[in-house]
Design a binder for this molecule. Structure first.
Ligand code: FAD
Ligand code: NAD
Length: 467
């Protein structure tokens, strides 16, 4: 007799495991299928969590090396124990992965270990170490996530030529790290290794870094990263990476073509985006349609072209962010349970966890211009914020974009210390359709960095107090 469930979720990343928990809360009999030995997907095992642990540890190292003396704390030059630092990162991953395991048990979710393949509506085959079994289910959610995008002719060995996965576990600090792609991964992991002592060169195909982020913020971000010692080669492409002796020879060319140049590096990090992962799922055989980017095609209720089969997270359209997948996981579980699950794609925060951090929500100035929306801008620099002055974390500013007629907040972009925590008051404001005046009239505790958010909102009507 095959096992029978109300819902089978394939993949236990932030999309899949959250979906499974919400469905169990709603009274469904739920199973998850995971091909990896641990739960948590890319995010917990080789993504958000280990990268943030390394960002945290390397930031502390840099503080100890260069900044504590400014505060009158002299500890001498800190010594790096990379093996211990990696163990710190692994402990963070283990804690999170075990946390998901606990939640699966607590919610009575049945785990199946193996590769899940869809045989058709209501049937999932699991190929595990001990053979193959078939599970019957009323509904299926595909949450198989994404994989790194590769570049033709560049052979990744995860030792010298690495993706983010290899860059999270280098055995020694490279002298020279060449990063291909000035996106989030390139700049976060580039920052980690620069802080630990590597010379970091970032090669970007476009004429700007972090495409998609507000251009003014991105320009400031690049200036700050350059000041920290990161080097940028914009409008440039890498055409070849060759091993030579102990090192690597990297051939670059102007993006539009031209004279090639050869650069040396010890390690090359390929960080040019991610692609949906559907290997072994049997989409074609099951008749499940993809879109023109190879993602599983879904309607506004996350249903694929096959009734009863849904998809969420990195494997479908939208930003490849853990919290976007989580919210979709909740929404689809509610939809399957006959409730009104919904995700507001206009209010999904995006954070880059460098120092300073970048955080944004809503539209960028470029997007508003392109859509022909009349808007007002309010800005406030951290140099004028009391707490930032006291802490000497004055880099960056807050930028508000509000509708010119109604004052409704359309977007907010912050570059500065703790930006990733501060952005959420604006996200809540936007969910309630609030105006810049609503925020400007909300009392903020003093002295906090969040007062800069209030001042930027005041500045939309040119009435910031401390500027
Ligand atoms: P995934 O997390 O990719 O999980 C998919 C799961 O499905 C995997 O466990 C996989 O083994 C399993 N699977 C796939 N196919 C099958 C199959 N056929 N059968 C069984 N199991 C299968 N996002 C953020 O929001 N914040 C961050 O700070 C952040 N940092 C990141 C840092 C790095 C280095 C990387 C690489 C990504 C980062 N991301 C971050 C992105 C984030 O990790 C993804 O958006 C998120 O993990 C997507 O979740 P998901 O559930 O869709 O898929
Ligand atoms: P990305 O899309 O953020 O950046 C890729 C960069 O590579 C872009 O700037 C692009 O123009 C450039 N590029 C593409 N092809 C190139 C080429 N041939 N040569 C040089 N440059 C090239 O992708 P990523 O940094 O790999 O991150 C992947 C995904 O993971 C992102 O979608 C992101 O949302 C997610 N992520 C999020 C976080 C976070 O939320 N803090 C952290 C890490 C990753």
């Amino acid at each position: 007799m095959a096992d029978s469930f109300d819902l089978v979720v394939i993949g236990t990343g932030p999309g899949g495991y959250v979906c499974a928990i919400r469905a169990a809360q709603l009274g469904m009999k739920v199973a998850v299928v995971e091909k990896n030995p641990t739960f948590g997907g890319t995010c917990l095992n080789i993504g958000c969590i280990p990268s943030k642990a390394l960002l945290h540890a390397s930031e502390e190292f840099e503080k100890a090396a260069h900044h504590l003396s400014e505060l009158g704390i002299d500890i001498g030059a800190p010594k790096l124990d990379l093996a211990r630092l990696m163990a710190f990162k692994d402990e963070g991953v283990e804690g999170n992965v075990k946390g998901v395991e606990f939640l699966m048990k607590k919610n009575k979710i049945t785990p199946f270990q193996g590769v899940g393949r869809i045989l058709g509506a209501g049937k999932v085959e699991v190929a595990g170490e001990n053979g193959t079994q078939t599970i019957d289910t009323k509904a299926i959610v595909i949450a198989t996530g994404s994989d790194v995008a590769r570049l033709p002719g560049i052979d990744i060995d995860e030792k010298d030529i690495v993706t983010s996965t290899g860059a999270l576990s280098l055995e020694k600090v490279p002298e020279k790290l060449l990063v291909i792609g000035a996106g989030i991964i390139g700049l976060e992991l580039g920052s980690v290794w620069r802080r630990l002592g590597a010379q970091v060169i970032v090669v970007e195909f476009l004429d700007r870094i972090t495409p998609g982020m507000d251009a003014e913020i991105a320009k400031n971000f690049q200036r700050i990263l350059k000041k920290q010692g990161m080097e940028f080669l914009l409008s440039t492409k890498v055409t070849k990476v060759e091993k030579q002796g102990q090192g690597l020879k990297v051939t670059t060319e102007p993006a539009k073509g031209g004279e090639p140049k050869v650069l040396d590096a010890d390690v090359v990090l390929v960080a040019v985006g991610r692609v949906p992962y559907t290997e072994g799922l049997g989409l074609e055989e099951a008749g499940i349609r993809r879109d023109n980017k190879g993602r599983v095609d879904v309607d506004e209720h996350f249903q694929t072209s096959m009734p009863g089969i849904y998809a969420i997270g990195d494997v479908i359209r939208g930003p490849m962010l853990a919290h976007k997948g989580e919210d979709e996981g909740v929404a689809v579980a509610e939809i399957i349970a006959g409730k009104a699950g919904h995700v507001n794609y206009d209010v999904i925060p995006n954070v880059i966890y460098t120092s300073p951090e970048l955080a944004s929500v809503g539209k960028t100035e470029e997007e508003l211009k392109e859509a022909g929306v009349a808007y007002k801008v309010g800005k406030f620099p951290f140099t004028a914020n009391g707490r930032a002055k006291a802490n000497k974390t004055t880099e960056g500013f807050v930028k508000f974009l509000a509708d010119a007629k109604t004052d409704r907040v359309l977007g907010c972009h912050i570059i500065g210390a703790n930006a990733g925590e501060m952005i959420h008051e604006v996200a809540v404001l936007m969910e309630f359709g609030g105006s810049s005046e609503d925020l400007a009239r909300t009392c903020h505790a003093h002295p906090t960095l969040s007062e800069a958010v209030k001042e930027a909102a005041l500045s939309v009507e040119n009435r910031a107090i401390h500027m």
